[in-house]
Design a protein around this ligand. Structure first.
Ligand SMILES: Nc1ncnc2c1ncn2[C@@H]1O[C@H](COP(=O)(O)OP(=O)(O)OP(=O)(O)O)[C@@H](O)[C@H]1O
Ligand SMILES: O=P(O)(O)OC[C@H]1O[C@](O)(CO)[C@@H](O)[C@@H]1O
Ligand SMILES: [Mg+2]
Length: 498
């Protein structure tokens, strides 16, 4: 295999078009770092497992639907415990930080990093950084032990607190150095992973023996490459309660319309999956699929049709849907939050008003519209059982990776297997619903809503999705990225892990 990577990418080529997008290792810049046998070899729980350690050469393909002559394509390093570790148990001083918005499962990940470090590797120096990135230099730390985190997975939110903004790379790495921290676990979304990458680059520049590991978090499911983010299933499950309420209200009133707003700033996965799961939704609006209100094929025409046919209807809107229309209507330029994310106008309130104005004033029709906004309710809850298991495996993989000396990576599920993914791959693009994919077609067929797209729009969208794959480009996994565009369109189950 030859190394064909640039200075920041570690790309290894092999026969038949095999490409490994590898992750950095501490020995890349500290070549004489000593290694030690993994203490799990004598751990009674794990020592009985046949072939417990991952083979050094195991990698996971990004694209699993192939033809006979397809090149082997891009692979990621398989996560899991290694025979050798690069930290002695007593020398490990770990810290954990949570950044960005809340997400079900944050506390489970914190708990399992602490328990994984402690029970699997005997580590007992673990600090919680309070209040996100700025906590490194502006807040106190809290010691974390298996006892102190024992019950936290039953609670929503994060026991460490979180924040947006305040990422100062120099101050953060100074604090890491001053405190003698050598393993940094960073839980957060796309912005957080960009921040983690900056910390890793500075750590490498200073040649510190510090492993920097990201655990991807976002209920929007907008992180690239990975199958699905933790907490997503919990959020979709909770959204069902709001949709059910909207349906009950709508069917009990004359021309009842239930409107539910769900999270999804740039990506409509929660709205799409909640709609598909519910079967009571007549129309789902997401940021990726532009819509219009008036005229032939528009939303008002469809609402009128559904009310005449069925007497009631349910609409689900992702918060990022139709933002151009909303901004046009209220002539307001979007502002930004402390992390530089666009702050959205309330599509739910806007749409409610537009629908009421159209039907009651213009069409002189009696309608009863109920607007339900459960956005924060779906992310401020503890994670459901399947997400708890998912969080546990992500946390354990993060710990195994750091102990084995890997750094500058995010742990993530790729085609149902846990992998180490270089930071740049999860930060360079955003995972979005592909509206020319089978999953969106399934949704359109299940709701029977108009696609709101002209033939020209469809051709343009298809062209964009069929750009040839290029390494490092946003879309080269589009053909088979599960959250994004998988042949069967379904997010995989977590039956096969590690
Ligand atoms: N490009 C960047 N470089 C360094 N730090 C960043 C960058 N983008 C964001 N951050 C930092 O990462 C943290 C979290 O970012 P952000 O608020 O965008 O949330 P997120 O991690 O994307 O999570 P979510 O979108 O799911 O709420 C913030 O403290 C922010 O300052
Ligand atoms: O109000 P906050 O905390 O900034 O978070 C809102 C945003 O966070 C998310 O839940 C995750 O990015 C988005 O769906 C939402 O727009
Ligand atoms: Mg984000």
């Amino acid at each position: 295999m030859g190394d064909m990577g640039g200075s920041n990418r570690k790309i290894v080529e092999g026969p038949a078009g095999y490409i490994l997008e590898d992750v950095p290792h501490l020995t890349d810049y500290i070549p004489d770092l000593p290694s030690f046998p993994n203490p799990l070899q004598v751990n009674p729980a794990y020592s009985v497992v046949k072939q417990y350690f991952v083979n050094q050469d195991d990698t996971v393909p990004q694209k699993i639907v192939v033809q006979k002559n397809s090149p082997r394509g891009i692979h990621f390093r398989r996560a899991g415990p290694r025979q050798k570790v690069y930290f002695e148990t007593d020398d490990v001083h770990a810290c954990i930080v949570t950044c960005g918005g809340l997400c079900p499962g944050l506390n489970t990940v914190i708990r399992e990093i602490v328990c994984g470090l402690s029970y699997m590797y005997g580590v007992n120096k673990i600090l919680g950084i309070e209040g996100g990135y700025k906590g490194f230099y502006a807040r106190n730390t809290i010691p974390l032990t298996p006892k102190s985190v024992n019950d936290i997975h039953k609670r929503g939110g994060t026991i460490l607190g979180t924040s947006r903004g305040g990422h100062d790379t120099t101050k953060i790495v100074d604090s890491i150095e001053d405190r003698g921290i050598n393993q940094v676990y960073i839980i957060g979304g796309d912005g957080t992973q960009k921040g983690a990458s900056a910390i890793f680059e500075e750590v490498r520049r200073r040649r510190l023996q510090v492993a920097v590991v990201g655990i991807p978090k976002t209920i929007d499911n907008d992180i690239a490459v990975i199958d699905k983010s933790f907490g997503f299933d919990t959020a979709v499950e909770e959204a069902q309660r709001a949709i059910n309420a909207a349906h009950v209200e709508a069917e009990s009133a004359e021309n009842g319309i239930g409107l539910v707003k769900l999270m999804g700033r740039y990506s409509g996965f929660i709205a799409m999956y909640a709609t598909l799961a519910s079967r009571d939704v007549d129309c789902c609006l997401i940021p990726e699929s532009p819509f219009y209100l008036e005229g032939h094929g528009g939303l008002f025409e469809y609402i009128e049709k559904r009310l005449r046919e069925n007497g009631h209807m349910v609409i689900v809107a992702a918060e990022g849907a139709g933002q151009e229309l909303v901004a046009e209507g209220i002539k307001q330029a979007g502002s930004e939050d402390a992390s530089g994310n666009k702050q959205l106008n309330d599509v739910g309130l806007w749409l409610s008003q537009k629908i009421k104005d159209h039907f009651t004033k213009k069409e002189k029709m009696v309608i009863n519209l109920k607007y339900i906004d459960p956005t924060y309710m779906i992310r401020a809850i503890p994670s459901i059982a399947s997400d708890n298991v998912y969080c546990t495996l992500l946390a354990q993989c993060a710990v195994h990776g750091a102990m084995a000396g890997y750094t500058g990576f995010t742990v993530g599920l790729v085609n149902g297997r846990h992998t180490f993914i270089p930071f740049c791959r999860v930060t360079e693009a955003r995972n979005k619903v592909v509206i020319t994919d089978r999953m969106w077609a399934r949704l359109l067929s299940s709701t029977n809503q108009p696609s709101f797209l002209s033939r020209h729009h469809i051709e343009e969208a298809k062209k964009a999705d069929n750009e040839p794959p290029v390494i490092g480009a946003d879309n080269y996994e589009d053909f088979d990225s599960p959250g994004r565009s998988r042949d069967d369109g379904f997010l995989p189950q977590f039956g096969v892990l590690l």
